[in-house]
Design a protein around this ligand. Structure first.
Ligand code: NDP
Ligand code: 8X3
Length: 256
C-alpha cells in the first residue's frame, strides 16, 4: 500500500545497529522508508518486518556509499514522488582498527574517510537539493563522542567524526535560508556491530568493549532520533550528546 501523505525518511546504514533501530522506530511511526546499506540480503529481510511494524511502503537501496556513481545511481532510481523526503538520517559509518598513528593502516584510514566523510557528502549532495526544491526537510547526522574528544589510537576515526560535527554546523548555516533543519546526534558507546567491524571479527575483543557496564543500544538512539525529528517545525534540536550513564568522556568508562 502506498500512502502518499505519510512522510518519507531515507536512512543510511539500515542493515545493522543504530540505523536498523531507527528504521524500525520510524516504521512504527508510519513513515515511508528508504533503507540503505551494502548487504542486500539484510535489506530484503528487513523490508517485510518494517511493513509489519507499520511502514506503508519501504524501498531498499543496496549500494556502497563510498562509490559516488553507485550512490548517485541508487538515489536517482527512486520514483519521482519519493524524491521529496522529509528526513535524511546520515548514519552509515565505521571505525577500522584502533592503532597509534605511527602504526595505523593507510587502507583503513582511506576507508573511514571515504565512508564517514565522503559517503555522507555524496548522499547529502543529492538529498539536500531535493529538500531545497521542496522547501522543506530535515537532516540528522549521526556523529559521536569521538567527534568531540580524541582518545588514544582513535586518531583517524575521531577526525572523521570531528568532520561530521563541522559538516553538521556548516549544513545548518547553508540550509537555513531554505528552511531545512540540520541536527546531530552524537552517541557514546553503543553496543552494535561497530566493534565487530572495528576489530575485524575479533569477537572477544569486540565484546570486551561493552563488558562491566551498560552501554547504549540502537533503540536508545532511535528514540532520540524520533524525538528530534518529531519536534514542532519551528524547533530544531541542533545537537544531542548522549552517553551511557557509566561513561563520562571518550575514554572514561566506569566498569564493575
Ligand atoms: P554497525 O556496524 O552496527 O552499523 C553500521 C552501518 O553502516 C551498517 O548498516 C553498514 O551497512 C553501514 N555501512 C558501513 N559502511 C558502509 C558503506 N561503505 N556503504 C554503505 N553502508 C555502509 O555500527 P553502528 O550502528 O554502531 O554505527 C552507525 C553509526 O553510528 C556510525 O556512523 C558510527 O560511527 C556511529 N556511532 C556509533 C557508536 C557506537 O558506539 N556503536 C557511537 C557513536 C557513533 P553494510 O555493512 O550493510 O553496508
Ligand atoms: C563510537 C564511539 O568512543 O568507540 O563512535 O569512538 S567510540
Amino acid at each position: 500500500m502506498n500512502v502518499p501523505h505519510s512522510p518519507i525518511a531515507i536512512i543510511t546504514g539500515a542493515t545493522a545497529g543504530i540505523g536498523e533501530a531507527i528504521a524500525r522506530r520510524f516504521a512504527s511511526g508510519g513513515y515511508r522508508l528508504v533503507v540503505c546499506g551494502r548487504r542486500g540480503d539484510r535489506l530484503a529481510a528487513l523490508v517485510p518486518e518494517l511493513i509489519a511494524a507499520g511502514s506503508p511502503s519501504v524501498r531498499p537501496l543496496s549500494f556502497d556509499i563510498t562509490d559516488r556513481q553507485a550512490t548517485e545511481a541508487a538515489l536517482k532510481s527512486l520514483p519521482t514522488d519519493w524524491k521529496q523526503p522529509g528526513l535524511l538520517v546520515n548514519n552509515a559509518g565505521l571505525a577500522l582498527g584502533l592503532d597509534r598513528i605511527q602504526e595505523g593502516s593507510i587502507s583503513d584510514w582511506d576507508t573511514m574517510i571515504d565512508t564517514n566523510i565522503k559517503g555522507l557528502l555524496y548522499i547529502t549532495a543529492i538529498v539536500s537539493r531535493w529538500m531545497v526544491q521542496a522547501g522543506t526537510g530535515h537532516i540528522i547526522n549521526i556523529g559521536s563522542i569521538a567527534g568531540r574528544e580524541v582518545y588514544p589510537a582513535g586518531n583517524v576515526y575521531c577526525a572523521t567524526k570531528f568532520a561530521v560535527d563541522a559538516l553538521s554546523k556548516a549544513m545548518r548555516i547553508d540550509l537555513m535560508d531554505a528552511g531545512i533543519r540540520v541536527s546531530q546526534i552524537a552517541p557514546g558507546a553503543a553496543e552494535t556491530e561497530f566493534s565487530q567491524v572495528r576489530f575485524k571479527g575479533d569477537s572477544a575483543r569486540a565484546e570486551g568493549v561493552y563488558q562491566g557496564f551498560t552501554p547504549l543500544t540502537g533503540n536508545d538512539i532511535a528514540e532520540i532520533a524520533w524525538w528530534v525529528a518529531r519536534a514542532p517545525a519551528h524547533v530544531n534540536i541542533a545537537d544531542v550528546l548522549v552517553l551511557p550513564t557509566a561513561q563520562a568522556s571518550a575514554g572514561l568508562i566506569r566498569r564493575s
